[in-house]
Write a protein that binds this ligand. Sequence first.
Ligand code: PMV
Length: 317
Amino acid sequence: MRIPSSHQPMTTSSAPGKIILFGEHAVVYGRPALAVPVTQVQATATVSENSRGGIMIEAPNINLSAELSSLAPDHPLATIINSVFSILSISNPPPCTVYLQSTIPVASGLGSGAAVSVAIIRALSMFLGQTLSDERVNALAFKAEKLYHGTPSGIDNTVVTYGKPVYFIKRKPIKTFHVGTPFMIMIGGTGMPAPTKESVTAVRKLWESDKPHWEKIFTRVGEIVWNARQAIERGDTIELGRLMDANHSLLQQMTVSCAELDQLVEAARKSGALGAKLSGGGRGGNMIAIVEKENAPAVARALSSAGAKRTILTQVG
Ligand code: PMV
């Protein structure tokens, strides 16, 4: 263990949000999923020297202002910070303040936890005079995801670390994919926080009660994901819309949709979206719709009238 020989006075790093286009939940059981970064929302970590001593964490978004040593060791932020010290073999870190800001709504399927972790890992390691490879950043962020989510697949930390569209299979090397023609996704937020851990646990209970049945459902999701990847590669938005609808209906069977999400999905479809589904853990959080540029404002209006608390239009590719 050592004291860092030199550190920077101040460093900063940002990481994007993310959305899952296809394959959530089934991805936990080894099927593929497609996810893309959402750069309109970001988490930013700034690490600076402080003269008062200790390691301070300031996260106004979650009303946290605390010294690292006062947090429970399994607190996700404490875990992340301590794991950076540990991987860099630093036993006596210089006094510093880790300041966190995020425009990513928490517990809403936009990857806020992963983005905060990635931003802290990068800003803190740079502050300590070292740069970690993306692979190491991803591995550390995955550790924190386990605290947030229980048994995460690792998709959130992967998309957020690499900042690229990914075709993700648990424990397999990261694969990115080609976007034939850029397309637009409208994200609609229910405004209901939805802890992923709870919906993942609910699906696990279903799976444990009838593994052959749920394995079949997960395999169907996997086929949708594979077809969606091909549709994205050839720029076929009509087919993508159809596949989104099919994926949503399988997610409904997994009991991870809810009245509010279904209402937004329906409103998007009725106002001209090519297809729509929930995105992420479900039971709140966000839905997504594939839209054409011309009808994006109409879909956004329809979503707001149907109860969306916010809409974000993002381009993939
Ligand atoms: O709720 P989100 O966007 O963090 O996504 C969770 C995705 C799940 O497949 C439900 C869980 C996972 O770890 O992959």
